[in-house]
Design a protein around this ligand. Sequence first.
Ligand code: PLP
Length: 495
Amino acid sequence: MADVIYSSTRGADLKVKASEAVLRGLAPDGGLFVPDHIPHLDKTLKEISQMNYQQTAYEVMKLLLTDYTEEELKYCIEHAYDSKFDTDEIAPLTEAGGAYYLELYHGRTIAFKDMALSILPYLMTTAAKKNNVKNEIVILTATSGDTGKAALAGFADVPGTRIIVFYPKHGVSPIQEKQMVTQQGDNTCVIGIEGNFDDAQTGVKKLFTDDNLAAEMDKAGFQFSSANSINIGRLVPQIVYYVYAYTRLLAGGRIADGDAINVVVPTGNFGNILAAYYAKKMGLPIGKLICASNSNKVLYDFFQTGSYDRNRDFVLTSSPSMDILISSNLERLIYHIAGDDAGADAAYMKNLAQTGKYDITDEMKAKLVDFYGGFASEDETKEAIKSLYDSTGYVIDTHTAVASHVYNQYKKDTNDNTVTVIASTASPFKFTRAVLGAIDKAEAEDDFELADQLAAKAGLEIPEAVSSIRNAPVRHDTVVEVADMEKAVKNFLNM
Ligand SMILES: *Cc1c(COP(=O)(O)O)cnc(C)c1O
């Protein structure tokens, strides 16, 4: 079988193996690593339907991370998807309101970021060994709320690594913030910035591509890598749960072998839905890829018009992990629909950096037929939580509610009744105020008190991820201006 080789979306020259792409995170020219081909699943869906999550993960990941040995990959998978998940199924499906909710929030930090960030530290330390890396790896991450905590939990006290997380000081939920600032581990650093997520992400990308800084770091025995969803070490593990969801439906007799399913994904940085797109390319029978946005509906507009335009106001919503105007992973889709053309992609991204927008060609637009874009306003998000709760008793979080609304809109719009999987990306307990406010009233001042009330209403137990931080001491309280991000990094590294 031919090795999968990775190159940058913005230049064809550099070619690396999977482990090196995982280590680097981002290509030196600022592009994202993309595979030169996407292999087809080499087991039948019937066969996979008899496998558990870990076995399914191996069948998918071995095809894209081809320079990892079987032993290495199985070691990573077994250590990642273990009892830190609160169910053996890892990603269970729950049927409610005419769709299947794929619950991706049973990991340590109760958001779907755990699905990939539980394994990334293993993929990365294995890659460091394979590539004879002597430097300490410094994970540099911008977060809209969920990546930060999931990355911190994954990398805390992992030998040979340090992790620095930047989050928008005024742009995350109180529980998200408490989760991060109470993080244990001497190798962890959490910093609030006076800016939004896009500012944090742009600042981090700048640090990544600064050659002088890289040289200084190297001298001091450090090198950067990324835990953001631009890292293929995050993308690949996310393909797994789409294959898993499909094969569970098959095993349960909900679909017949080969039937198409639709997937709905609440989208921000376009990582999760891109994984579904790759799953489809690997032969998984997916019909429509339904991309759900909140009021920051830059992706909805893009799918409508073929014009990507970030020149608009940034809206703070009740689904903060999707408050994004520059969806990084869309760059990979642009590259692919341009015919794997790095030159074309580089030109679009230059336009985006300089003018905040770009327009794709009609030919490229024609390749987006499998995508459907929709969005939910704040009221529609609330209503989606309430109506599902009222009719079924099932409680979903605000991000998942955006997807739920868009799915209902899609059905009305198209009369397409294909069996549908909705990616459920966070536990409702992560966004208690908004969720409880939607189904009842959220009057208590303290978010933890609200969690008690939500638990009673939903007939659920408060997840360990919330109860354990309730009285935990704050360990990180630094807040900096965007301009001072580099200083903050050097400070933590004693450089
Ligand atoms: C990160 C996140 C999203 C968006 O996922 P992308 O891969 O960035 O599109 C949606 N919901 C939740 C809860 C998240 O944490």
